[in-house]
Design a protein around this ligand. Sequence first.
Ligand code: ADP
Ligand code: MG
Length: 568
Amino acid sequence: MTAFVTRNTAFLAMSLIVPVTFALVAGRYEQRIMTLAGIYAIAVLGYQLIFGRLGGLSLAQGCFFGLGAYATGLLSIASGWSFPVTFLASIVLPMGLAALVAIPVLRLDSHYFALATLGIAQVVLLTAVNWTSVTGGANGLYGVPPIRYPGGDTLSPKAMLLLVWGILAVAAAAVTWLFRGRTAYRLTLLREAPEAAASSAIDLGARRLALFVGSAGLGGAAGALQAHSIGVVSPAVTEFQVMVTILAMTVIGGRGHPAGAILGAVLLVHLPEWFRFLETNYLIAYGAALLAAVILMPEGIAGLVTSWFRRGERWQPVSTIPGNPPPSRPAGALRLDGLTKRFGGVAALDGVSLAIAPGEIIGLIGPNGSGKSTLINIASGLLHKDAGAIHLGSRDIGRATPQRIAKLGLGRTFQTPTCPVGLSVFATVLAATSDRLDEAAAQVHARFCLDRVGLSPVQDRSAGDLAPAESRRLDLARALAGTPTVLLLDEPAAGLTPGERDDLARLLREVAASGTGLLIVDHTMDFLLPMADRVVCLAAGVIVAEGLPADVVRNQTAIAAFFGTASG
Ligand code: ADP
Ligand code: MG
């Protein structure tokens, strides 16, 4: 792991140092081009926060860039304030706009989010064009002064290059520092497996806001530097072309690594130069090159490089160290009273009451469509009940969010788990560990959970590459990582071999013996019955039989429900 971190840092450092050194050697013209690349890299770095980390296709980054440019243009022409002041204002203004629209916009799902951010960008563009008295309308603002030293001298192209890349380096270092370790993994889990993340108490509402506002701030900073660098601000800076350029740079460079922002910007700023000999066919070649890059490198250039670093990497070079179980917390019983849930005309649950005591194992059986998964989805807060009450210990959790319920100690697995492609098996489990554990303790605990489900040998593989049976075990490790006091398992043994089922049964008995109450949904009776303290049989949303395993399997109503034949 340390080697991986070191290589990543070295990669970022090289991506900063090499272009600057090249430009310093190559002369003035190249210095101006590389300054432009640095400016775009700052905007792309911001865009990575929203597009890369959150997975949101925002189309407002170009507009934040334009706002920064206009703020700098207006303030430095009209007020004559010094660069640090106008620069700060050009960062704060787009951040303010982002904060203002964040609450309605961040709630929207992907396509609507894209449309809403496009709408914001259009409003800003129209304002820039039509508010002629302030913005100069279609002509824009001329004579934006270059940046000066405190003494009054103008920055040389070389000094401007160093200033821009210095700001870029600080921003890249800050982003790297803010999103190290578990925070980054949690964001990835939230992006790629939102239900699993919610059921692991991952609640990043405040972080999402910070990411959106932060992306706007970096966009504004880039726009401000651009205004000083070219001396004019026209409505073109808020036009869609800027957004498309930023998007292309992010995709080509790689959306998940700060170095990707730099590589994407450096490459795309130089591409027109390199293709100049093609003259009028230039756009065709440019488009074809972009298309090829997107198809051949879905994670961009930085993605290729980091996956190459990761090859052969081990989190723990020596054999895995089984960690200590975390401090247990007071066990709480789960009680469901009269749960009812309808989907249109179908009553998926109809007055179901059930209690799970600490350390108890309840087997929940019933034919397909009888409401077993619905029951787990409601108890874990992913679905809302129509009627009834849910208590965890003494707390009423009937209206709580999935994150809150998970935080209070209810864990769950999924009938069809989603495993994040962007995370290793280990990182997936680490993301789900509790905030009460610090990073070191969390790593030990994550390793312990992986060891328990037998996934230690594949802990460095991408979680998305696991076979279905393995992904069930990973989902169980993820749920165990939150040290639940009640754990609801939706068909955990599906697809396992008899030997694997025995291992799983042994593990679940151990978990129950430590005081956790278990509800296990399964169809495999020789797996479920020997370990269950009680069995509950559901049919068409109603409990039709309940009691000791031996009694329930002999119960005629239960048999009839299960095999779909009339009893008697
Ligand atoms: P089980 O897990 O026991 O197989 P489910 O809880 O998945 O059953 O489903 C119970 C009933 O509710 C089924 O009739 C199913 O079609 C219906 N159902 C479940 N989820 C939804 C949903 N999101 N929308 C509409 N109907 C649903
Ligand atoms: Mg089900």
